[in-house]
Design a protein around this ligand. Structure first.
Ligand code: KIV
Length: 275
């Protein structure tokens, strides 16, 4: 009988690995999911995703805010550090929150460094051509940057709501242009959110670095979802989300059973007491 073989050790995912993962060059689609704490990081790692985004969506799905504008760089560093302490193999992407990269390059680099020191291996920021100088400043400081175009939730007030972007030829062209500019500025990958499928495809075809879609169609080089959305724990289901579990319902059932057991005297039992 042959000896059981140890599970193969998976190499950590790095920025160069991700940068090279273009589907048209034969790479498998990249998988990114959000996580905001150590249990979330353990789940993402065990599920063998490629990247963990410590997203500012923590504001909506964990902290109970209406939008992402309320979280600060200190909040994000706190969550990045919690994820990093789980020592996951996927690449940790720290999301730069609103107003942490809008003032000047020095402030942007300081804030990027705060997330790197907390344990991120790269940062993500939202916006098109206007962000190119900040991307260049971060890259010059050895901080790899992921871009994010299309529906950029930090622009909710300027956009007048969470709406599909890139509708119409002109809007689609300007998203393709924004992606090219961000790539030239040094982004190693670009998230494309809530755009018509053909715009996701056009952006993906236009650039050499991978696109990570969220509501941007199947032709992107990878996909990202918010973990609490896909687990059925966020109380929301945007059109682009597929719910793979109903953990909120399962959690309610478990806690309600515990409550009933306490009230009936069924918990704790003898085996749950010290003697
Ligand atoms: O913060 C986040 O979760 C994000 C994803 C939606 C891409 O930016």
């Amino acid at each position: 009988m042959s000896e059981p073989q140890p599970a193969p050790t998976r190499a950590p995912v790095t920025v160069p690995t991700v940068r090279a993962a273009k589907r048209r060059d034969g790479h498998a689609p990249l998988v990114m999911v959000t996580a905001y704490d150590a249990p979330g990081a353990r789940v993402a790692d065990a599920a063998e995703v490629d990247m963990i985004l410590v997203g500012d969506s923590v504001a909506n799905v964990v902290l109970g805010y209406e939008d992402t504008l309320q979280v600060t760089i200190a909040d994000m560093a706190h969550h990045v550090a919690a994820v990093a302490r789980a020592k996951p193999r996927p690449l940790i992407v720290g999301d730069l929150p609103w107003m942490s990269y809008h003032v000047d390059a020095a402030d942007t680099v300081r804030n990027g460094a705060a997330l790197i020191r907390a344990g991120a291996q790269c940062v993500k920021l939202e916006g098109g051509a206007v962000r190119a100088p900040m991307v260049e400043a971060l890259v010059a400081a050895e901080i790899p940057v992921m871009g994010h175009i299309g529906l950029t939730p930090q622009s909710v007030n300027a956009l007048g709501g969470f709406k599909v972007q890139g509708k119409g030829d002109e809007a689609a062209r300007s998203l393709v242009e924004a992606a090219r500019i961000l790539e030239s500025a040094g982004c190693f990958a670009i998230v494309v959110e809530a755009v018509p499928e053909k715009v996701g495809t056009a952006v993906t075809e236009a650039i050499e670095v991978p696109t990570i879609g969220i509501g941007a169609g199947p032709e992107c080089d990878g996909q990202v979802l918010v973990m609490h959305d896909l687990l059925g724990m966020s109380g929301r289901t945007p059109k682009f989300v597929r719910r793979y579990a109903e953990l909120e319902l399962a959690a309610i059932e478990a806690v309600a059973t515990y409550a009933a057991d306490v009230r009936s005297g069924a918990f704790p039992a003898d085996r749950e007491a010290y003697h």
